[in-house]
Design a protein around this ligand. Structure first.
Ligand code: ZN
Length: 184
């Protein structure tokens, strides 16, 4: 961020009065431009014993497999964001969304919120941001070709929890994710 989106003048970094962090502040109109973590919302779409994955057509991690997920937009709920991303990336409709994994990624200022969801039908297709979309049984999951640790960890939790048919919400920070996540 270099210029003020209100008046176009250069921004400087300073700690505003009453604050305790460096902020981008306009040198001209003195508006403070706050930057806060971004929320990534997504789904783990389930069809019987299988789950739906997308192969990414965009960077980062182009060509790697992921669950449909993306940045939340203004004016939508987190569930709407997760369902919208699933529709955009996999042309798939989901229902019965249940919050399942919540990952804190402070090093990149992101929070991931992934929902377990039921695929409504098999009428899915390759979306704009995907190269390929398909269902995988547990033994078919391409563990070494997953795009992000958050995706691997969500899938790992899901297949473990499915054995007990109990799906507690998992809230983990990246450190825990690193310790637990081991690509197979
Ligand atoms: Zn300004």
């Amino acid at each position: 961020m270099k210029f003020c989106n209100q008046c176009g003048q250069p921004l400087m970094q300073t700690i505003p009065a009453g604050d305790n962090r460096l902020r981008h502040v306009c040198s001209h109109c003195h508006r403070v431009h706050y930057q806060n973590p971004r929320i990534v919302a997504g789904c783990l779409p389930v069809w019987g014993e299988q789950v739906l994955l997308c192969r990414r057509a965009i960077e980062p991690r182009r060509g790697y497999w992921t669950l449909p997920a993306g940045f939340m937009e203004n004016g939508e709920t987190i569930e709407q964001a997760a369902a919208r991303e699933t529709l955009e990336e996999a042309c798939a409709r989901v229902r019965d969304l249940n919050l399942y994994t919540l990952f804190d990624l402070p090093h990149i200022s992101q929070v991931y919120m992934m929902f377990r969801a039921e695929l409504v039908d098999l009428d899915f297709a390759v979306g704009e941001e995907s190269l390929e979309v398909r269902l995988f049984a547990e033994e078919e999951i391409p563990w070494s070709e997953l795009a992000f640790p958050t995706i691997g960890r969500t899938l790992e939790c899901f297949f473990a929890d499915r054995r007990q048919n109990l799906f507690p919400v998992r809230n983990e920070a990246l450190e825990a994710l690193r310790a637990h996540y081991r690509p197979r």
